[in-house]
Ligand binder design. Structure first.
Ligand code: ADP
Ligand code: MG
Length: 400
């Protein structure tokens, strides 16, 4: 298990008045033609920003965005994020291209809420991804307090996540990380029974650590998405041309044997939406569990939706990771959306993790019914499976 938030301070523990606060956020939002298509990560960061403003901090916010090759990759500029922050906060966001002390120090003198400095995309600087001590030291040289609220980046040992906080004496987390960790911990620490994990998505191999961890705490696994075909093939069911990881068949057999040995239940699809093409030119529903040769399974079928929904409606705790089908295509979104609806209808503690699952929950229209949709993507899955996250460990470490 991870260690939760033991020995980690929060922003509430510091006197922020007139202090230079470096706030690492995850403002890595999806963009299309320069427009933000989902500003959830920005909105989830506002509580910490507003708190810092209230306490009269001199605020420097930093984030990465996408994977730019270098500074010239202008489509990865944080400019749209700066604009959105200005709209949401009604303040003045100063976007700084040069994150060095010479450029920033003079600006700090007169800086007052609701003004803040936003550093340009951290990944424009090679030192960020390289976890460079030199880059971290430069940033640390003009900051008094370091706050990490970038949950979605905590699994990366990058300079503003790892090297920099290790150099700082005053460091802690913001409100978003606190909330994320508390919800994820509730899943593994005495969850209300029955605990149902709904798993799906594209690959078994991405989720092995998570399945291994969840098998100890859940009562029931519900498996859909492409992942289900590897499980079905492991049971010698015909799955046509569906996506199967043949090198994971033994893993699936072993998991099924362990579940059975412990008296836990497993629900797999009993019918499917199939097509000869990934785009789904002609979509058919199979009459039973078998998928004919030449066909791809791309969503769960109607009887499977009924079975899954029934299990979910009576759950005490639900964790959902992985869409039930290729939900990006409206022809194959029904399974994921109906599962979202069944989760919404249940009285369970409902937590959604994973980037695509969060997107599916949003698209389903039932997002507001969930107790928590993690902004963390990969970080939430790594945390849940018990890995130590560099971003949290650096905050536990003594200053070097
Ligand atoms: P998350 O990001 O929530 O962890 P994953 O990345 O594991 O989820 O899986 C999401 C992807 O799985 C989606 O892009 C979806 O299209 C794909 N997927 C789901 N079901 C199928 C299927 N039957 N065949 C192919 N791809 C699928
Ligand atoms: Mg994904």
């Amino acid at each position: 298990m991870g260690q939760g938030l033991a020995r980690i301070k929060t922003i509430r523990d510091f006197e922020l008045n007139e202090k230079v606060v470096f706030l690492r956020l995850d403002l890595n939002v999806p963009l299309k033609n320069g427009q933000i298509t989902d500003d959830n990560r920005i909105r989830e960061s506002l509580q910490t920003i507003k708190y810092a403003f209230e306490k009269k901090a001199k605020l420097i916010v930093a984030s990465h965005l996408g994977r730019p090759k270098n500074k010239d990759d202008v489509q990865f500029s944080l400019m749209p994020v700066a604009q959105r922050l200005t709209e949401l906060l009604g303040g003045e966001v100063i976007l700084m291209e040069e994150p060095n002390s010479e450029a920033i120090k003079p600006l700090l003198i007169g800086l007052k809420p609701p003004q803040m400095i936003l550093l340009e995309n951290l990944r424009f600087i090679p030192g960020e991804v390289e976890n460079s001590e030199v880059f971290a030291k430069e940033l640390a040289s003009f900051c008094d307090i370091y706050i990490n609220d970038a949950f979605g980046a905590c699994h990366r040992a990058h300079a503003t996540i790892d090297a920099m906080p290790r150099m700082m004496a005053q460091k802690g987390i913001g409100f978003l990380i606190e909330k994320e960790v508390q919800f994820l911990d509730r899943l593994t620490e005495a969850p209300t029974a029955p605990f149902v994990a709904v798993m799906g998505g594209s690959k078994v191999s991405d989720k092995i650590g998570l399945i291994e961890k969840l098998i100890d705490v859940v009562d029931t696994f519900v498996i859909g998405g492409a992942m289900a075909y590897t499980f079905l093939q492991a049971r010698s069911v015909k799955v046509g041309s569906s996506k199967v990881e043949t090198d994971r068949l033994n893993f699936c057999r072993e998991i099924m044997a362990r579940l059975e040995g412990r008296g836990k239940s497993l629900f797999l699809p009993v019918d499917h939406k199939v097509s000869r093409t990934f785009e789904g030119d002609i979509v058919q529903v199979t009459p039973d569990v078998a998928i004919p040769d030449g066909y791809l399974g791309l969503d769960i079928g109607p009887q499977t939706i009924k079975n899954f929904s029934q299990v979910l409606r009576s759950a005490g705790t639900i964790f959902w990771n992985g869409p039930m089908g290729v939900f990006e295509n409206p022809k194959f979104s029904e399974g994921s959306f109906k599962v979202a609806e069944a989760i919404a209808d249940s009285r369970a503690l409902k937590v959604v993790g994973g980037g695509d699952s969060a997107a599916a929950a949003e698209a389903s229209g039932f997002a507001s019914k969930m107790d928590h949709i993690s902004t963390g993507g990969g970080a939430s899955l790594e945390y849940l499976q018990g890995d130590r996250l560099p971003g949290l460990e650096a905050l536990r470490a003594r200053k070097i």
